[in-house]
Write a protein that binds this ligand. Structure first.
Ligand code: SAM
Length: 233
């Protein structure tokens, strides 16, 4: 069965979705969605041949060749502008997700909705959305077998307003922690940021012990530590 994090992604695809799953690997997500919704169709993009072959195998196994097209290529290059309504990029770092969006920004911007599931650095993705007219509509954070995953959902053509504060400092904090997640503060959120506090404190200590003190970096860390600790209080 599909992982919880990908089930959450699927919940944010509308009925009759026509979406691209970039970095689809086994194409489990498109197969799951298309099996449950006979009106859905998808493009499974993969940059590597091995995963693309796995995707094709899954698609054939479920006899979904008519509705899921597996394509080889880098990021959004496998789709044309306006070809899909939704784009999913899951199971990668936020930095990689952001560069995939940025490398073909006009294609990314032709989608109505982008659903990202960054394994790390969700902030990079929130920033990209914010700077590219995508309004963050929902966020989820889940603990799956000890790993914590975030799912970010953003819409381009929407009446909804930005969830961020006008105050730059507050906004910096919201970009790091997630404007919706910090309101909800569920168990996964608390676990993630408790671990993050320990990680950062260890990194600072290691920098000090190695006498490689980057004052600017440490100042950023201190600000972030302050935000995290205040949020968990
Ligand atoms: N999306 C699936 C998930 O969430 O379970 C698979 C995640 S898997 C860890 C990452 C996949 O992304 C790999 O199959 C890799 O080949 C693919 N990938 C990495 N960079 C890519 C890129 N620039 N364009 C397309 N696929 C990429």
């Amino acid at each position: 069965t599909l992982s919880n994090r990908l089930k959450i992604v699927a919940e944010y695809l509308p009925q009759g979705a026509h979406f691209a799953d970039i970095g689809s690997d086994h194409a489990y997500l498109p197969a799951y969605v298309c099996q449950r919704d006979k009106t859905a169709s998808a493009i499974a993009g993969e940059v590597n041949q091995g995963p693309l072959d796995s995707a094709k195998k899954t698609i054939r196994f479920h006899q979904l060749e008519e509705r899921i097209d597996a394509r080889l290529g880098d990021g959004l290059s496998v789709i044309n502008e306006g070809e899909v309504k939704q784009i999913v990029i899951a199971g990668m770092g936020g930095g990689l997700i952001t560069s995939i969006l940025e490398n073909h920004a006009p294609i990314a911007k032709s989608a109505e909705r982008i659903i990202a599931q960054p394994n790390v650095d969700a902030r990079a993705v929130r920033r990209w959305f914010d700077q590219n007219d995508f309004i963050l509509r929902a966020e989820e954070i889940v603990d799956e077998q000890g790993h914590i995953y975030e799912v970010l959902v953003a819409d381009r053509y929407t009446e909804a307003s930005s969830p961020y504060s006008d105050n730059e400092l507050k906004k910096g904090r919201q970009l790091l922690l997630g404007p919706y997640l910090m309101k909800e503060k569920n168990a996964a959120f608390i676990k993630k940021w408790s671990q993050e506090i320990m990680n950062i404190e260890r990194i600072i200590l290691q920098m000090q012990q190695a006498k490689q003190i980057n004052h600017e970096k440490i100042a950023d860390f201190q600000t972030e530590l302050y935000w995290m600790k205040e949020e968990l209080d």
